[in-house]
Write a protein that binds this ligand. Structure first.
Ligand SMILES: C[S@@+](CC[C@H](N)C(=O)[O-])C[C@H]1O[C@@H](n2cnc3c(N)ncnc32)[C@H](O)[C@@H]1O
Length: 217
């Protein structure tokens, strides 16, 4: 993928989430409350992780706030300034900043954990190895990584969301493929949770996966 293409892709994702930020936050406000399995995965991550955690693609900050409530020292970073503004307003005790998960403003080995909760789904496949390498760079040896994504082989493109014109790609992935990329990037996968499709109001139901991994020492 050329740099122009990457920049255009990022700009479309940023503009899309800027447009839908308030509606997205409202729609997913009670998502975790209704998902015991997601809470279990996040709870396990919270117990395992040591040190500071960064949620990349934190959106309105609901997952960041949930981890904060579990006693995790956590902050969020998101491509969309509107999402960051909204997260700051809704969760004033937590730090949120605008940034790109492909080039994090974080020193090498500074973090105990990274969470990409339905945000890696916006990274084009050819860029995934570089993004995972960036996660590895910022994690201390033994640091924990948690990924959540929709399972599948296709890209679901949306020209409209919550009544706004957008151009958003949601890339589904196979857990085996992601696990293989994680291995290549220097991670050991320690757990996989795949849950059966559940009906949501947004899209045709697909299985959902969460992978826990650890940066090799
Ligand atoms: C589906 S939302 C998930 C938000 C949040 N993690 C949650 O579960 O509610 C995806 C988020 O990832 C952000 N995002 C997409 N690409 C990104 C990138 N390259 N760097 C940082 N954030 C990104 C979007 O702006 C959006 O807020």
């Amino acid at each position: 993928m050329t740099l122009d293409r990457e920049a255009a892709d990022r700009a479309a994702t940023r503009a899309g989430y800027d447009a839908i930020a308030p509606a997205y936050a409202e729609h997913f406000r009670d998502e975790l409350a209704g998902s015991p399995l997601d809470r279990a995965v996040l709870g396990a991550f919270a117990e395992l992780v040591e040190g500071e955690v960064l949620e990349v693609g934190s959106g309105p900050g609901g997952v960041t706030a949930h981890l904060h409530g579990l006693g995790v020292r956590v902050r969020g970073v998101d491509l969309s300034p509107a999402m960051v503004e909204l997260a700051r307003r809704e969760h004033p005790g937590i730090g949120f900043a605008v940034g790109d998960m492909a080039a994090l403003d974080v020193a090498d080995a500074a973090l105990g954990g990274v969470v990409a909760w339905y945000s890696l789904i916006h990274v084009p496949a050819p860029e995934l190895p570089a993004v995972l390498a960036e996660f590895r760079r910022v994690l201390a040896p033994g640091g924990r990584l948690l990924l959540a994504f929709q399972v599948g082989d296709d890209v679901s493109h949306h020209d409209e969301a919550f009544g706004h014109r957008v151009s958003l790609d949601f890339r589904r992935m196979q857990p085996d493929d992601v696990a293989s990329l994680l291995g290549d990037a220097g991670f050991d996968v320690t757990a996989r949770v795949v849950r059966a499709p559940e009906q949501t109001s947004l899209a045709a139901p697909v299985p959902q996966a969460a992978l826990l991994a650890r940066r090799r020492r």
